[in-house]
Structure formats: structure tokens, C-alpha cells
Design a protein around this ligand. Structure first.
Ligand SMILES: O=P(O)(O)OC[C@H]1O[C@H](O)[C@H](O)[C@@H](O)[C@@H]1O
Length: 290
């Protein structure tokens, strides 16, 4: 699904490589570069596609996602800010359902850099009483670097809620998560695991002592996706499993089989922005061949 965004109708041409396109009622920045295809929705500054030349799409985007203002897009890399999960309303914060500004683009022979920003307004201050500027920068080429900077004076929780495309949920293992996790399927119980995570049924875990790098080992697609987490305290692993997926209108009944969320997050340790030092969260994505 994420690789079909290049055929959407063009609303505006920024450069020969970068266009603004329409998906449903939302505008999407699409970049087509010799080394990489990529797309970012203005709503949420949500990265929807990162596909280096010669590779299959790395991010999963639901074939049934809504492209409706104010409704979360299912897939890609939603930015959860200024809280994660049901800590406030709306779930995962407001940043993912608001329109961001497309502030700059740059391209060279190695790839493309796209930058977006979001500032507080009356609507956000009603939900969260802080002035803020958020900047999301995407460096897209053979690798994908996502950097989020939160300016202002506040504390918050935050996540890069990445949905990765996989061959089959029964044939992936995730390494580097560490041993300790809070099991959200079990009322948040603190549990431990040895070795890699394999999925069976619904999995929803906050790993609180992860290694700096997670790897998704995908036997079916014969590739490993590497995620280098930056400035995080936690990594979340999520897949809804068959039963929950059936109850979700924006995921096809068998859609859960082809994605795994491995989320770079700061939940157990709040991030702090001060006037002279923005809070940061980042992820560097790479594809390793088996
Ligand atoms: O449906 P959403 O609000 O996008 O949330 C999707 C999922 O996000 C995270 O992974 C949470 O840990 C899950 O509990 C949640 O179900």
C-alpha cells in the first residue's frame, strides 16, 4: 500500500523530485529520487513510505486506513506527542491528528531531507496548557533517519510508533528488546523474557530496559530491519493479533499478519524540554540482508 502513493494525483509540484499529492481528504508529500521513494502526510508529519531503490517497502500502511482530517492514519510512523497511549485524550496525543507545516526540503545525490513543524494553538492549549514547537526531520536515502525535536518548557511522553512491513507475523523474531517489560495485555504487569520476541496472538509490551538497537529478523522476506533508537527510554512492541484486528475498521482481517510495530519511545522516563535545550527522540532505520 505504501508504494502506491506515487500514483496519487498531484496537487502541487515543488521540484522535479518532490510533489504534493492528494490521498482521500489529506495532502501527502511524495518524493521520488533515484535512490529512494518516500512519502509524508502533512497530517501528523507521518512518514508513510520509505523504500530504498531495489527494496520492498519498509513501512506498512493499512490498505483500509482512513485519509480523513482528524482521524489517525493506520501505518507508517505516527508521532505520539505529548503523551503515549491513553494517558490523555485523544489517545497517543494530538500531534498525529493535526495538520503540520511543510517547512523545508533539500535534495542531493544521496537522498532527500524533508522538515515539518507544528506549533501550539488554541485547540492544543485546551488539551495541554503549554507553548511548544515540534520539528520533525526526515533524512531519506539508503537509510532513514527520523529526528523529532520538541521546543518549549515542559515534560511529556512521546513515541515514534513505527509500523514495519513484514512477510508473515509467524516468521519474525525481534532482538535487542532487553529482558524487562510491562505487559499491557496483562494489565501492565512487570514481566521478564529471555531471548528474542516471537509473536503469538495479541502482543502489547513496553520494554523498559532495551538495547540501543532492535532488529526485526524476517525469514519470509529474507531481510533484517535494524532500528537504532536515539534518546529513548523504552521500546514498545505491538501487534493486535487476529481477534483484535477483526474488531478494528482500519485494518483488514488478515492485515495484522504483515506488520509489526517496534516503537522508539520515552514512556517510563519522561522527556524534558527546557527553553535552551529541546527534548529529542530519534530513530535510524537500515535494511540488512540476511
Ligand atoms: O489504535 P491506536 O490508538 O493507534 O493504538 C495502537 C496501539 O499503539 C501502541 O502500540 C499501544 O501500546 C497499543 O496499546 C495500541 O493499541
Amino acid at each position: 500500500m505504501s508504494d502506491t502513493l506515487t500514483s496519487l494525483p498531484v496537487i502541487r509540484q515543488f521540484t522535479p523530485t518532490i510533489t504534493l499529492r492528494q490521498a482521500g481528504q489529506l495532502a501527502i508529500v511524495v518524493a521520488q529520487h533515484p535512490l529512494v521513494n518516500a512519502a509524508v502526510a502533512l497530517q501528523g508529519a507521518q512518514l508513510l513510505n520509505w523504500q530504498p531503490a531495489g527494496e520492498q517497502p519498509v513501512l506498512w500502511l493499512s490498505a483500509q486506513t482512513h485519509f480523513t482530517p482528524g482521524v489517525a492514519i493506520r501505518g507508517g510512523v505516527p508521532i505520539c506527542f505529548p503523551w503515549f497511549g491513553p494517558a490523555g485524550s485523544p489517545s497517543h496525543g494530538f500531534a498525529r491528528i493535526l495538520p503540520w507545516e511543510f517547512t523545508s526540503h533539500r535534495e542531493d545525490r544521496d537522498g532527500i531531507q524533508l522538515t515539518f513543524s507544528l506549533r501550539d494553538n488554541e485547540q492544543t492549549r485546551r488539551l495541554w496548557p503549554h507553548a511548544f514547537t515540534l520539528i520533525a526531520r526526515f533524512c531519506l536515502g539508503r537509510t532513514c533517519h527520523i529526528e523529532l525535536e520538541a521546543h518549549g518548557d515542559y515534560r511529556m511522553t512521546c513515541a515514534l510508533h513505527s509500523y514495519f512491513a513484514i512477510g508473515d507475523i509467524d516468521q519474525v523474531a525481534i532482538s535487542g528488546l532487553g529482558e524487562n517489560y510491562l505487559d499491557k495485555v496483562n494489565g501492565g504487569r512487570a514481566l521478564t523474557q529471555q531471548g528474542d520476541l516471537a509473536f503469538s496472538g495479541r502482543v502489547d509490551r513496553i520494554y523498559t530496559r532495551p538495547q540501543p538497537t532492535s532488529r526485526i529478523h524476517d525469514t519470509r522476506l529474507q531481510r533484517t530491519i535494524e532500528i537504532q533508537h536515539q534518546h529513548h527510554s523504552d521500546v514498545v512492541a505491538w501487534n493486535p493479533g487476529a481477534e483484535l484486528a477483526r474488531s478494528m475498521d482500519d485494518i483488514a482481517d488478515d492485515g495484522y499478519k504483515t506488520f509489526a510495530c517496534v516503537e522508539t519511545a520515552s514512556i517510563s522516563n519522561e522527556l524534558t524540554a527546557t527553553p535552551h535545550d529541546p527534548a529529542r527522540l530519534g530513530a535510524l532505520l537500515k535494511i540488512l540482508k540476511r
